[in-house]
Write a protein that binds this ligand. Structure first.
Ligand code: ACO
Length: 325
């Protein structure tokens, strides 16, 4: 057996933070942000909103789209780097809020690659007979771990959630492959120590590790382009496809220049690359399922379409998934 995507959904909080708004917080400009990243605005939740709340909104839409009731869900996986609490998992909060009484629930931590990792785990569990229906959610309230005095990072990210329903199907249909990789040697390029044992007892501030995202932008940029390119080409080769077979390429939405470079490396023309980065910024683990939901709504990944997804993130981590919708 295998698994297929039978429903998709997304939720973006209504409050918009524009580049102009950021000009009031740090020394930056709308022009710089657009030129260097392609981002025009991002969404930000009302303070105090837990990640599970926006995950639930996306999940409800994915379940509606699939025509499946919460009772029928066997597995809930939430990919996030901004969980509600250290424990229990954000997935357990999603379970109770959805009243998905028959599911087991857990989180995946793979930063911006989290959704691809979660998809891979859910697919493997279905293949192993550990459930027939999985809810896979990418949800981030990344505004809670941004330093709004650091122009290198605060301009890049936004809040949001996306979800898919995976259901059992015959092998060779639906999700054709997932490839996931990590290189822990490179953790220092992108990290947020707050909430973990390294930062235990140290308050945020000058003398303790900060809760906020710390990043070497240029290093992350180079790795993102190389690794997303490689892992996308691997997905095609392993499945006996070429770039011409891909109906839609959905790369992680981090930076327009990264997206364009990866598209070129894989050889997919821009009209078949999905981009919504300008409106949401980098929503980390939520970026791919949000893009997938919007692509579906716009009729760009109809039933039968071959969709290639690729992500990279802190860890460093990266991965791809090839799906027949
Ligand atoms: N506004 C104005 N100037 C800025 C800003 C800003 N917001 N940010 C940096 N600058 C300045 C720098 O200080 C530097 O000035 P200097 O030359 O006087 O020192 C200059 O702009 C150039 O800085 P670079 O870092 O070289 O700019 P670059 O073109 O590389 O763009 C960016 C930086 C946008 C961060 C880019 O490197 C990038 O997108 N990297 C990938 C980051 C990413 O995607 N991270 C998320 C990973 S996913 C996850 O797991 C969370």
């Amino acid at each position: 057996m295998g698994s297929r995507i039978s429903g998709v959904g997304m939720y973006a909080p209504p409050r918009i933070m524009s580049n102009k708004d950021l000009e009031k917080l740090v020394e930056t400009s709308d022009e710089w942000i657009r030129d260097r990243t392609g981002i025009e605005e991002r969404r930000v939740v009302k303070q105090g909103t837990p990640t599970s709340d926006i995950g639930v909104e996306a999940a409800k839409r994915a379940l509606d789209d699939a025509g499946i009731s919460p009772d029928a869900v066997d597995i809930i996986i939430v990919a996030t780097l901004t969980p509600d609490m250290l424990f229990p998992s954000t997935a357990c909060f999603v379970q109770t809020k959805l009243r998905a009484r028959n599911a087991y629930a857990m989180d995946i931590s793979a930063a911006c690659s989290g959704f691809i990792y979660a998809l891979s785990v859910a697919d493997a569990l279905i293949r192993a007979g550990r459930g027939k229906t999985a809810l896979v959610i990418g949800a981030e309230i990344i505004s809670t771990i941004l330093d709004y005095t650091d122009r290198n990072t605060c301009i890049l990210f936004g809040d949001g959630a996306g979800a898919v329903v995976l259901t059992e199907c015959p092998d060779g249909e639906g999700l054709l492959s997932c490839h996931t990789y990590s290189d822990g040697d490179l953790w220092g390029y992108l990290h947020g120590p707050g909430g973990g044992t390294v930062a235990a007892g140290a308050p945020d501030g000058e003398d303790g590790p900060k809760r906020v995202i710390t990043m070497s932008g240029n290093e992350v940029f180079k790795h993102a382009v190389t690794r997303m390119g490689e892992v996308s080409l691997e997905a095609l080769a392993v499945n006996g496809f070429t770039k011409d077979d891909v109906d839609l390429f959905i790369p992680h939405q981090a930076n327009l220049r990264i997206i364009k470079s990866v598209g070129k490396r894989v050889g997919i023309p821009e009209e078949r690359v999905f981009i919504n980065l300008s409106r949401y910024g980098n929503t980390s683990a939520a970026s791919i399922p949000i893009a997938l939901a919007e692509a579906r709504e716009q009729g760009r990944c109809k039933s039968g379409a071959l969709v290639l997804m690729a992500a990279f993130g802190g860890g460093l981590t990266w991965g791809s998934a090839l799906v027949r919708m």
